[in-house]
Design a protein around this ligand. Structure first.
Ligand SMILES: NC(=O)c1ccc[n+]([C@@H]2O[C@H](COP(=O)([O-])OP(=O)(O)OC[C@H]3O[C@@H](n4cnc5c(N)ncnc54)[C@H](O)[C@@H]3O)[C@@H](O)[C@H]2O)c1
Length: 319
């Protein structure tokens, strides 16, 4: 291939599976993983890995030059729940890392950038159901503020400097290969582990907290699809709404009960309930569908079946 790919924050929940998928598509040696810490064995052993702090601009530049990187996926960030505990640190990481990557693209060091946004860009004044692509955005979390600001800067770098940056507003991502990184939707992963271990789970969100969610394979597919789409098809250069499934803890528990009939759910909402209440319940993703052909594969039933099997196998392997 013409140039290599660099993933920053490759050891996280999404980065791990994204790196493995990109290695499958482009060849192991063409996809360089990086993070401030080491990650899963499969990731570390399947191709090049570098320890990199995303806020260290000169080290980032050195790695890009050394590996002749042409495409960067910036997955490092402090997520919603964790960011509320360290707002200034979250702002610094989420913004500085983005500026470094956008500036390297502006200077012609890299050709293409993927940067994920989130449903956290929306806030309590946003229409909650079928939230449109373009709407009121007044986020109330530091994470949401950083993502909304990031979107504005991505669009600015595209308009002013022609930087080919592409972005998706991920909903809550559900997966079992890597543990989640401190988000408000993490309950929808923990519930499977507890259901299989103890047949009981205490949710930190209330029974009726409806949030947009997506199974990991769909999130990876969307990421690969938007990056492979011809540039002219990517018409929105801030970030695309993306949707798959929307459910509440109660609905998810009912679906799990179809497989584990003695499963019991309790509700003890904490500070994350307030964050959830400020986010949409469902998302209108028609722009992504029309512009670059987005079409999710996992519905609630298929996601629950896949998670129970995947988490079940992981628990057996670790027993
Ligand atoms: N997981 C979700 O549900 C979700 C939803 C919406 C948006 N997103 C976005 O997708 C991206 C990836 O999310 P994730 O769930 O994989 O997060 P994660 O927390 O699981 O992973 C982030 C990774 O970044 C690394 N990291 C932290 N600080 C770093 C630094 N200074 N330098 C380099 N690496 C650093 C961490 O070690 C971790 O491996 C983030 O931008 C996140 O905001 C995720």
């Amino acid at each position: 291939m013409a140039g290599r790919i660099l993933i920053i924050g490759a050891c996280g929940q999404i980065g791990t599976e994204l790196t493995l998928k990109l290695r499958e598509i482009h060849g192991d040696q063409n996809v360089v993983a990086s993070d401030i810490r080491e990650g899963a064995k499969e990731l570390m052993q399947s191709g090049p890995f570098e320890i990199l702090n995303a806020t260290d601009e000169s080290h980032l530049k050195e790695i890009i030059e050394r590996y002749e990187v042409k495409e960067v996926y910036l997955m490092a960030a402090m997520l919603s729940a964790t960011a509320e505990k360290a707002p200034m640190k979250a702002w610094e990481l989420n913004m500085d890392s983005l500026f470094h990557v956008l500036n390297l693209a502006k200077d012609g060091k890299i050709d293409k950038v993927f940067w994920p946004s989130s449903i956290a860009v929306f806030g309590p004044t946003t229409p909650k159901d079928k939230t449109p692509q373009t709407t009121i955005m007044e986020p109330t979390t530091v994470y949401g503020i950083s993502k909304q600001t990031g979107e504005r800067w991505c669009e600015y770098f595209y308009n002013k400097f022609g930087v080919d940056v592409r972005s998706i507003r991920y909903p809550g991502i559900i997966s079992y290969k890597t543990l989640p990184g401190g988000g408000t939707t993490d309950y929808a992963i923990e519930i499977f582990h507890e259901a299989l271990k103890n047949s009981e789970y205490t949710s930190f969100l209330d029974h009726d907290a409806a949030l947009p969610m997506m199974y990991m394979d769909d999130a990876i597919k969307a990421t690969v699809d938007i990056m492979e789409a011809p540039a002219e098809k990517v018409k929105i250069r801030s970030s695309y709404n993306l949707a798959a499934i929307s459910f509440t803890p109660e609905i998810l528990a009912e679906e799990i009960k179809k497989h584990i009939d003695n499963f019991k759910i309790n509700y003890e909402p904490d500070f994350r309930q307030q964050i959830a209440e400020s986010w949409p319940s469902s998302i209108d993703d028609s722009s992504a569908r029309e512009d670059w052909g987005w079409d999710p594969e996992f519905d609630l039933e298929k996601m629950v079946e896949t998670m129970l099997e995947g988490v079940g196998n992981t628990l057996k392997e670790n027993a």
